[in-house]
Design a protein around this ligand. Structure first.
Ligand code: TPP
Length: 282
């Protein structure tokens, strides 16, 4: 069993940042190839995905059904562009296949399909990831498995009752093998998050979760929070991630509508040039 990742006490932050840059590069190539994509969110979550797939998760890219693997559940299916980039970078999917993103018959849909290797749940209908994560965490505990479950969910999904039913269950069942990664990017479709969810961290604490709140685009902070979430203690862990949609591409960082980006072919080239300039400056 060749395990690519084992969380070490001395993570290589510089190498993880380079992975995040690589994920962003893959995402821009995918979206420009298709002419459109849910890229704002993906760019915002690139640092977290890099930290997970290249540091925190115990997984085997050569055997995505390994029973003891840590599970990563992407609750927001439309963030699939970020997952495809991470799975390809990790060696689960061929990098060449990324160019099929969003095309008819592609395995790399604009929303997740559970037939694609490395996908744990379908996330097209929002608000169900955390409940599925609770079920998986319970099942793994019953099996006495060391595997942990990481569920990504969005600020928009916190407006769905099912999320809080799951949150209540997780603390009631004392699921300390469960980590919620809450992407607070401040947008919900083509506007700001509709309902005021603040104070987000206090809500999770009130539901019995061990809660941290960090800058989700600060690699050292992400790795540190994931490390802290390894502690058992009878409570599920929530990490509230403040991320910037479009992170790494200034025009997208300041774009009012960053949910679904469709621009002209020439403009994609401009965005890629901007990204490479930023990436070169570190
Ligand atoms: C149950 C459900 N309702 C509505 C939608 C349609 N929908 C797709 S993405 C989206 C925006 C959700 O906002 P958020 O989850 O915060 O994601 P972001 O805006 O950051 O992409 C909506 C409403 C859906 N996929 N599932």
């Amino acid at each position: 069993m060749a395990l690519r990742n084992h969380p070490s006490e001395t993570p290589d932050i510089a190498a993880l940042k380079l992975r995040a840059t690589s994920l962003r590069r893959h995402m821009l190539a995918m979206a420009s190839g298709q002419g459109a994509g849910y890229i704002g969110q993906g760019l915002g979550m690139a640092d977290v995905l890099a930290a997970l797939y290249f540091h925190e998760l115990r997984h085997d890219p050569g055997d995505v059904t390994w029973a003891e693997r840590d599970r990563f559940l992407l609750s927001t299916g439309h963030y699939s562009i970020a997952l495809w980039a991470a799975l390809a970078e990790a060696g689960v999917l061929p990098v060449a296949e990324l160019s099929t993103y969003g095309a008819d018959d592609s395995r790399l849909d604009m929303s997740t399909l559970d037939t694609t290797p490395g996908v744990e749940v379908i996330g097209g209908s929002l608000g169900h990831g955390l409940g599925q994560g609770v079920g998986q965490a319970l099942g793994l505990r019953l099996d006495k498995s060391p595997a942990r479950v990481f569920v990504e969910l969005s600020d928009g999904e916190m407006q769905e009752g099912a999320t809080w039913e799951a949150a209540m269950s997780a603390s009631s069942f004392r699921l300390d093998n469960l980590v919620a990664l809450i992407d607070c990017n401040g947008i919900q479709a083509d506007g700001k998050v509709v309902l005021d969810m603040e104070p987000v961290a206090d809500k999770w604490r009130a539901f019995g979760w061990e809660t941290q709140e960090i800058d989700g685009n600060d690699m050292a902070a992400v790795v540190g929070a994931l490390k802290a979430a390894r502690a058992a203690g009878g409570k599920p862990h929530a990490i509230v991630l403040r991320t910037l949609p479009g992170r790494g591409v200034p025009t997208l960082e300041t774009r009012e509508k960053a949910h679904f980006v469709r621009v002209d072919p020439g403009e994609w080239n401009d965005l890629i040039r901007e990204f490479e300039k930023e990436a070169a400056n570190g």
